[in-house]
Design a binder for this molecule. Structure first.
Ligand SMILES: NCc1[nH]cc(CCC(=O)O)c1CC(=O)O
Length: 305
């Protein structure tokens, strides 16, 4: 049981099935700690324009802005985010109170026709709208056609089932959380198909002046995940990462050592794909951040900009 007093906590959440699952997950953990928790569902700009490529309409911040306004105005107390969708620098007055234990961080191959990406024949059609996935898939299989695929998880699966694609690539974490793990035909090796920074992890955002909430959320934090995603996010920050830059960063533990594998691709057209790796003993978030910066230097030395 928590040593902090019992609080009444309102969680601001997007209303996609995945966002609601994540908010409900946090609600149930906080309820077990003795808090009284409610959800406040909201539609964000990002949700309203899900049919267009996010990289063309303003990027990650679109999913978090409305939630921050609700925190600012006191209509809600905390916001639960897929860390992957959270900008590197939060607006003045907001902090990440905690990062929770991560779900499977890998990308998944989903198909009604083939068991793996390798089994898709020459000229096959793969759906994804992520620039990172597009660039990495092209490197793995230059013969395939990569076609746009937008929408929330259910929409993307429906488009696959309508037969327009031989396979699609999604985050394993989202499928697992929604009870759709059986749709996964194969998970990618995360060093070949490097995930996005923060993929699979949840972060909880609060107003910086809410020390009461920061203390209440401390038991939900998972230090190994927090350090790993700090290294990954240092790569995004160092490269000035946005949705319009194909960028991957994936950190995994090997005992007390953290290995960080990153990839950068040119935004405009077929360009070079730069890969870089670093490894260091990490015991705190400052060590993790330093590892991320070292990998940024290696990406730049390899031609990333
Ligand atoms: N970009 C949308 C998004 N944000 C978080 C997830 C999945 C869950 C996660 O990574 O935590 C997804 C779907 C996907 O990339 O397939």
């Amino acid at each position: 049981m928590s040593s902090s007093p019992s609080l009444r906590i309102v969680i601001a959440t997007r209303e996609s099935r995945l966002a609601l699952w994540q908010a409900e997950h946090v609600r149930s953990l906080l309820a077990k700690l003795g808090h009284q928790v409610e959800l406040l569902g909201m539609t964000t700009r990002g949700d309203q324009i899900l049919d267009r490529s996010l990289s063309k309409v303003g990027g990650k911040g679109l999913f978090v802005k409305e939630l921050e306004v609700a925190l600012e105005e006191g209509r809600a107390d905390i916001a639960v985010h897929s860390l992957k969708d959270v900008p590197m620098d939060l607006p003045e007055g907001f902090v990440l109170a905690c990062v929770m234990e991560r779900e499977d961080p890998r990308d998944a191959f989903v198909s009604n026709r083939y068991a793996t990406l390798a089994a898709v024949p020459d000229g096959g059609v793969i759906g994804t709208s992520s620039l990172r996935r597009t660039v990495l898939l092209r490197a793995l299989r230059p013969d395939l056609r990569i076609e746009p695929l937008r929408g929330n998880l259910d929409t993307r699966l429906r488009k696959l089932d309508e037969g327009q694609y031989d396979g699609i690539v999604l985050a394993a974490a989202g499928l697992i959380r929604l009870g759709l793990a059986e749709r996964i035909r194969a998970v990618f090796d995360p060093v070949a198909m490097r995930p996005a920074a923060g993929q699979g992890a949840l972060g909880i955002e609060v107003r910086a002046d809410r020390q009461d909430l920061i203390e209440a959320l401390a038991p939900l934090a998972h230090a190994p995940t927090w350090q790993a995603v700090t290294a990954e996010r240092a790569v995004s920050r160092g490269m000035g990462g946005s949705c319009s830059m194909p960028l991957a960063a994936f950190a995994q533990w090997d005992g007390t050592a953290l290995q960080l594998d990153a990839a950068w691709g040119a935004t405009e057209g077929p360009g070079p794909l730069v890969m870089a790796t670093g490894r260091a003993t990490v015991t705190n978030v400052a060590d993790a951040d330093a590892l991320g910066q070292e990998v940024v230097a290696r990406l730049r030395a390899g031609g990333a900009h």
